[in-house]
Design a protein around this ligand. Structure first.
Ligand code: KG4
Ligand code: ZN
Length: 348
């Protein structure tokens, strides 16, 4: 018998990942670290309210979760009994939304007698860089992660899969909120971040100058920017009620330029302070073309190594939950049935 035959016969490890922390219900299947299916059901219901309505989100998760998991398993070509473990988002997020994923995971774990693995949502955004995908490079440890989403803005030193140190974070709004609130002031629907990104492509980033906050160290602040945009637009629309419509592209480009500059200034400081020049971005806002462009330029001009996730792994998805599930499964880091979802959850 060949020496490695026991490996050949080894059963593959299939992890089902479930994400339900906010307004997307997502399920993915991972086979030995490789994504074999990745499904998301977006909730459009929130658009008309200008933001996520928690009660509606949790109801929609309840409706979506079984069909989305079923679809993910079918696309993966496996049956529930083939699963090795179920990974799910434990927090942070909306409690009612998290509860749907946690309850589902507990039921499936009991029914199939497989381990369940609680996953930190923001760690999953960072560790999405370790999804085996030919189009993505794997970051080397230690690296700096800029986590930018609708709920978070942090610079984190990642020493290994499970050792994270926060170097700086926002003192008020998250960067995604800065995008979404600025968009709302301009009358755009929720979520406005991708729309600002879209209109910014046609505009002049230096058309309007918005102040950058003076926050010491690697911390951020975005609430002042929102207020200055509000006052500026109130003044302009008094003189010309059509001001926003006529200047949407320039306004979007200028807002995006300011936000990207704030992020880049702090990243530069983080690189200088730590001496680490490997930078990974994570979270929904890493889909933004302005931040991607600025990082690619820094890779050329500053000798940084930059890691940008594939578009489908930037906004909320279950592939990132499944990869953390896989990493924890290998270390037997399982959760027990007493686990409760957590609206707030520290990264460290
Ligand atoms: O990570 P994510 O999907 O959900 C949270 O965990 O918050 O991030 C959502 C945030 C929203 O604020 C959305 O407007 C923003 O990411 N976003 C963008 C872009 N795509 C998503 N912001 C700016 N430009 C984009 N292209
Ligand atoms: Zn997220």
């Amino acid at each position: 018998m060949p020496e490695n035959s026991k490996y050949k016969n080894k059963k593959p490890i299939y992890i089902l990942g479930i994400e339900s922390s906010c307004d997307d219900t997502a399920a993915a299947v991972l086979k030995d670290g490789k994504i074999i299916s990745n499904k998301v059901a977006n909730q459009v219901i929130h658009e008309q309210y200008g933001g996520v309505v928690p009660e509606l989100a949790s109801r929609a998760h309840q409706q979506n979760i079984v069909p989305v998991v079923d679809l993910a398993l079918r696309e993966a070509g496996i049956k529930p009994k083939d699963l090795s473990a179920i990974a799910f988002t434990e927090g942070p997020g909306l409690l009612g939304s998290l509860l749907v994923g946690v309850s589902f995971a507990k039921s499936l774990s009991l029914a199939l007698d497989i381990p369940m693995i609680g996953v930190h949502h923001m760690k999953a955004h960072v560790l999405a860089h370790f999804i085996e995908d030919n189009e993505m490079k794997l970051p080397e440890f230690p690296f700096l992660a800029l986590t930018i989403s609708g709920g978070h803005t942090q610079i984190v030193q990642v020493n290994n899969y499970f050792d994270f140190k926060i170097l700086g974070e926002t003192r008020d709004d998250a960067v995604g909120e800065a995008f979404d609130k600025s968009a709302k002031i301009m009358g755009l629907p929720y979520p406005g971040g991708p729309l600002i990104d879209k209109y910014a492509r046609e505009g002049n980033p230096k058309a309007y100058k918005f102040p950058k906050p003076k926050v010491p160290g690697m911390d951020f602040s975005f609430s002042g920017l929102k207020t200055s945009i509000l006052y500026f637009l109130q003044k302009q629309t008094k003189e010309n009620p059509d001001f926003i419509n006529e200047n949407l592209a320039d306004l979007s480009a200028s807002i995006q330029y300011t936000i990207v500059n704030i992020l880049m200034d702090k990243l530069k400081l983080a690189v200088e302070t730590t001496g680490i020049n490997r930078i990974a971005i994570a979270g929904g806002v890493s889909a933004n073309s302005g931040i991607r462009k600025a990082l690619i330029e820094a890779e050329k001009n500053k000798n940084w190594k930059v890691y940008i996730p594939k578009f489908e792994y930037t906004t909320d998805n279950a592939a990132m939950i499944a990869i953390v599930g896989y990493l924890k499964y290998r270390e037997k880091m399982f959760s027990d049935l007493n686990l409760v979802p957590k609206a707030r959850m520290s990264l460290t």
